[in-house]
Write a protein of this length. Structure first.
Length: 63
């Protein structure tokens, strides 16, 4: 039981913290993405250009 319960919640039953079953994996993926942001920027430069060209050719505009 937490000694600070009165200062963080007014609920009689206290406060519950829940996590997804795979939340640790999601946190690892997020950290890896953050650490390797330069790879994702490079991907955006290489891969996204052809898709933009195709969409422009098909006259699909995303505004």
């Amino acid at each position: 039981m937490c000694g600070q319960k009165e200062s963080c919640t007014s609920a009689k039953g206290g406060r519950a913290v829940t996590r997804l079953r795979d939340e640790e994996v999601i946190e690892q993926i997020t950290e890896n993405t953050r650490r390797q942001s330069n790879i994702y920027k490079l991907r955006g430069q290489i891969v996204e250009y052809p898709f933009g060209t195709i969409k422009r050719h098909w006259a699909i505009h995303t505004f």
